[in-house]
Design a binder for this molecule. Structure first.
Ligand code: PLP
Length: 375
């Protein structure tokens, strides 16, 4: 129950359990076609393009430089480490950035974002859907309001898409990034970028500040061909990941997005309920909790000892990566193929681990509380 890569469903795993396949073979072409058409349905993204980049979420983040022009001014609203990453990326390019930050567990407010944008000093706004370092979910509706103010809207949904609601057209988002290894439940290896029709004109005119590998002018014709089920090539895709991702998306569509999101929500709610009944404090403030990641404070216990013993007890959780809370918290990933039983297993291991570390907790209390959520 780490925060990605996550546990993989066996059907997804087995779909890639084979020898190498040709990059323009019928199987790979068909897998690409299924992925692109499935992603369009899952995210309600019908008009613009989708680019599947060999790499990861960060590769797709850097792809934003295709729709930013030299000297553009970007407003970055960050709730933690992954929001901050945009600053590091864009600082490599001739882009100006203003960053507004929240404390761990908090969310940059809609008012602060909009009042900055109303100054008309910005060309783009960037938001993180689920900040994986704190388990905080943003209210993405603010992007629709931002779009009405005339700026390019950008969302990092690396830890959101597949487990949180995301309607790209309704929220008027120009650029969304995600990755194969999180709530989509496939292996790592593919960064995914959704680009709006409007922003494509910037790419087509070659006005972006991007480098070579992520040059969307090179990727767009390849993606158009692949969407038609025809082979095309710019750089070698990780074929096994493509086969697995196609299966993962097939299963997502079979489950249905609303049921998939509801499953994530229920599991997350049960985990939080169990943790709180054990006296543990959730990092995300009430109302900001994500469906996919929960960061939890630990008191009087070393996170390193906690994670090591939990692993001995059979569950791998994730360490904290937020510098302000790293020495007193850990994270639970609950995305992809998680079920109610994952929540029960996680809580029972947390109970045993805390007991082994000398904490006076009532065994079974967290599990019981989660069970009540399920009934
Ligand atoms: C919210 C968020 N954004 C971006 C990234 C970077 O993605 P990747 O590690 O796939 O490059 C991550 C990774 O955990 C993330 O959680």
């Amino acid at each position: 129950m780490s925060v990605g890569p996550v546990n993989i469903n066996y059907e997804v795993l087995l779909s890639s359990f084979r020898s190498n396949v040709g990059i323009t073979s019928d199987e790979v072409n068909e897998a690409f076609r299924e992925i692109i058409s499935g992603l369009r349905k899952m995210a309600n993204h019908n008009k613009g393009s989708i680019i599947l980049l060999p790499g990861s979420g960060t590769t797709a983040m850097e792809g934003l430089t295709n729709i930013l022009k030299k000297g553009n001014r970007v407003l970055l609203a960050t709730n933690g480490v992954f929001g901050d990453r945009w600053e590091e990326i864009l600082n490599k390019y001739p882009i100006e950035i203003k960053t507004i930050r929240s404390e761990p567990g908090d969310n940059v407010s809609e008012e602060e974002i909009l009042s900055n944008l109303e100054s008309k000093k910005f060309d783009a706004i960037i938001l993180t859907h689920v900040e994986t370092s704190t388990g905080v979910k943003s209210k993405i509706e603010v992007l629709r309001k931002a779009k009405d103010l005339g700026v390019i809207t950008v969302l990092d949904s690396v830890s959101g898409f597949g487990g949180e609601e995301l309607d790209i057209e309704k929220n008027k988002i120009d650029y969304v990034v995600t990755a194969s290894q999180k709530a989509l439940g496939a292996p790592p290896g593919i960064g995914i970028a959704f680009i709006s029709q409007e922003s494509l004109s910037i790419v087509e005119r070659g006005e972006g500040v991007n480098g070579y590998f992520i040059d969307f002018k090179k990727w767009l014709p390849v993606m158009s061909k692949l969407e038609e089920g025809k082979g095309s090539y710019f750089a070698t895709p990780p074929v096994h990941v493509i086969l697995a991702l196609a299966k993962a998306i097939e299963l997502c569509l079979k489950e249905g997005m609303s049921r998939r999101i509801e499953r994530h929500q229920t599991v997350a709610k049960a985990i939080r309920s169990g943790l709180e009944s054990l006296g543990l404090k959730i990092v995300a403030k009430r109302g900001f909790e994500a469906n996919t990641v929960t960061a939890v404070y630990l008191e009087g216990v070393s996170p390193i000892d906690f994670l090591n013993i939990a692993k001995q007890e059979g569950v791998e959780f994730a360490s904290s990566v937020h510098p302000k809370i790293a020495n007193r918290s850990f994270r639970i990933g609950h995305m992809g193929w998680v079920t109610k039983n994952f929540a029960i297993l996680a809580l029972s291991v947390i109970e045993r681990t805390l007991r082994r570390l000398g904490k006076d907790i009532e065994m079974g209390r967290g599990v019981r509380s989660a069970q009540e959520v399920f009934i």
